[in-house]
Design a protein around this ligand. Structure first.
Ligand SMILES: Nc1ncnc2c1ncn2[C@@H]1O[C@H](COP(=O)(O)OP(=O)(O)OP(=O)(O)O)[C@@H](O)[C@H]1O
Ligand SMILES: [Mg+2]
Length: 422
C-alpha cells in the first residue's frame, strides 16, 4: 500500500487571524491589553509560508512550542480552517481527533455521539451499528456509554474520541496532543493501535510535546517555530535540530545568570539566609559558599557528559571542630536520589578544623546524561547525627550531551555491544 504519492501537501501555506478584541473594561483586562498590545482588529500570522509533504504511509510528528501553529496546521488539513494563501492538498479520507470534546454534543450520550460522529464522517446508521461494539469495547466506558458526555472526565472524552476516530477506517489519522490525558494503560492501547495503523500503511500525523513518543513512533517530523517551518525530514534530524535550539536557549539562560552573579562579584553561590526552610544546623562550622568547577577551575554555565566536575564547599569554622564530616547528595530534578557520598565513606579524615578553607568532591568523568540535577551539601559532626550546616537541594546544575550519541535516561554507563549470528 505505501507508495510515493503524497497524502498531504502544504505549498507556501500562510494563515492569518484577525484578532477581534472585545471591549476591555475591567482593570485586569486593561492590564492584559498593556502586557500584550496587539491593538484592535490587528492581524496575526499563525503560519507563514509553510511547505512540506507527507508521503502516504508516513507517520509524521508535528513538534514546536506552545502557539507555534501545530493545531492550526491540523485544522487546515481537516478543512476546519482555510489557508489565507498557498494550497493545502489532502488525498484520502481524514479522521481527526482534535481538541478534547470537539465534535461531541454535550447533551447526547456516548452512544448517540458515536452515530452523530459517524454521520459527520459520512457513515450511515447501519455502518456505525456494525462498528459500535468495537468502539464501545475499545473505549472501555462500560455503562457510561449511555450517559450524556457532558458528565465525562477528560480521559473518558479521549477514550471515546480515539475509539471513534480509529474505528472508521480512515486513510489519514490525525491526533492533537490528546493521548496525554489518558492513563498509562490506555495510552499503551492507543500506541498499539497507532502502530497497527502504521503497519497497515495508513498515514498518521500527530502533534505531541513528548519528544520520546515522536522518536519512537514517527518516521518523520516537522518542527514549527512561531508559525514558520524550522525543519522537516527524518525524525532524528528534526528532533536533534529542535533539541540543539532548546539546549542553546537553556545554555544562554544559564550564561546570563552566571554573568549576573559575576557582575555582583560573588566568588561562589552564596549560602541561603539562616532560618530558610532549605538550610538548617547549629553552625559551629558552616558552609559559606559552593562552587561547581570544571577542569580549568571555571564555573561553566553547563556541564557536558564526561566532563570533570569539582564541587567545592567553602567552610568557615567559628570555633575548633573535631572530625567533622562533609557530605553531599546528588538528585535528578525528578527527585530521584542518585548518590550520597561523604568524607567518611571516602576515607578523608579532616581532624581539627578552625577558620576558613574548602573541601572538594571531584568527579573525573561526569557519568550523567543530559538533564537537570541538583546537589545538596552538608557538614555533620563525627557521629553523623548532628548537623552543623545542611543546605538541602540548593545547587542545581544542567548537563548536556553533545559529544556522545546516547539520548535516553540519565546515566552514561560505559558498555560494549557485540553480535553473534549465522
Ligand atoms: N481562531 C483564532 N483566532 C486568533 N488567533 C488564533 C486562532 N487560532 C489560533 N490562533 C493563534 O495562532 C497561534 C498558533 O496557534 P496554534 O493553536 O496553532 O498553536 P499550537 O502550536 O497548537 O500550540 P499548543 O502547543 O499550545 O497547542 C497562537 O498564537 C494562537 O493564539
Ligand atoms: Mg495546539
Amino acid at each position: 500500500m505505501p507508495n510515493t504519492m503524497s497524502s498531504i501537501e502544504f505549498e507556501h501555506v500562510s494563515k492569518r487571524f484577525t484578532l477581534h478584541h472585545e471591549k476591555r473594561n475591567s482593570l485586569q483586562e486593561r492590564m492584559v491589553n498593556v502586557l500584550h498590545p496587539r491593538g484592535e482588529g490587528e492581524t496575526f500570522w499563525a503560519l507563514r509560508d509553510v511547505s512540506f509533504e507527507v508521503p502516504t504511509g508516513e507517520t509524521l510528528g508535528l513538534i514546536g512550542h506552545n502557539g507555534s501553529g501545530k493545531s492550526t496546521t491540523l485544522k487546515l488539513i481537516t478543512r476546519i480552517l482555510e489557508p489565507t494563501s498557498g494550497a493545502v492538498r489532502v488525498r484520502g479520507r481524514v479522521s481527526a481527533l482534535l481538541e478534547l470534546g470537539s465534535g461531541f454534543h454535550p447533551d447526547l450520550t456516548g452512544r448517540d455521539n458515536i452515530f452523530l460522529n459517524g454521520s459527520l464522517l459520512g457513515f450511515g446508521r447501519a455502518d456505525m451499528q456494525r462498528r459500535i461494539d468495537d468502539i464501545v469495547d475499545f473505549a472501555e466506558l462500560g455503562p457510561f456509554i449511555d450517559t450524556p458526555v457532558k458528565h465525562y472526565s477528560s480521559g473518558m472524552y479521549m477514550r471515546l474520541g480515539f475509539a471513534i476516530a480509529t474505528a472508521v477506517d480512515p486513510d489519514i489519522l490525525i491526533t492533537d496532543e490528546v493521548l496525554a490525558v489518558g492513563d498509562e494503560a490506555f495510552q499503551r492501547k492507543c500506541m498499539e493501535r497507532i502502530y497497527q495503523f502504521r503497519q497497515e500503511g495508513r498515514t498518521i500525523l500527530f502533534v505531541s510535546h513528548s519528544l520520546e513518543l515522536v522518536r519512537n513512533l514517527c518516521t518523520s517530523a516537522v518542527w514549527l517555530d512561531h508559525g514558520e517551518l524550522k525543519a522537516a525530514g527524518s525524525t532524528t534530524a528534526t528532533l536533534d535540530a529542535y533539541m540543539r535550539q532548546t539546549n542553546t536557549q537553556e545554555q544562554e539562560r544559564h550564561q546570563r545568570e552566571h554573568a549576573r552573579r559575576e557582575a555582583d562579584a560573588q566568588p561562589a553561590e552564596p549560602a541561603p539566609a539562616a532560618g530558610s526552610a532549605n538550610r538548617w544546623g547549629s553552625r559551629e562550622i558552616e558552609i559559606v559558599g559552593v562552587q561547581l568547577l570544571d577542569a580549568r577551575g571555571h564555573e561553566p554555565a553547563v556541564f557536558q557528559t564526561g566532563d570533570k566536575l569539582t564541587l567545592r564547599m567553602h567552610y568557615e569554622a567559628h570555633q575548633p571542630v573535631t572530625d567533622p564530616v562533609f557530605g553531599i547528595a546528588l538528585h535528578h530534578a525528578s527527585g530521584f536520589h542518585i548518590n550520597g557520598p561523604n568524607t567518611r565513606f571516602g576515607g578523608l579524615a579532616l581532624g581539627r578544623l578552625q577558620g576558613k578553607g574548602f573541601v572538594d568532591y571531584t568527579i573525573d568523568e561526569l557519568p550523567l546524561l543530559a538533564g537537570n540535577y541538583v546537589f545538596t551539601v552538608a557538614v555533620y559532626d563525627a557521629s553523623l547525627t548532628h548537623p552543623f550546616d545542611h543546605h538541602h537541594m540548593l545547587y542545581p546544575f544542567v548537563v548536556q550531551t553533545n559529544a556522545i550519541a546516547e539520548r535516553w535516561g540519565s546515566f552514561y554507563i560505559q558498555a560494549r555491544w557485540s553480535y553473534s549470528g549465522t
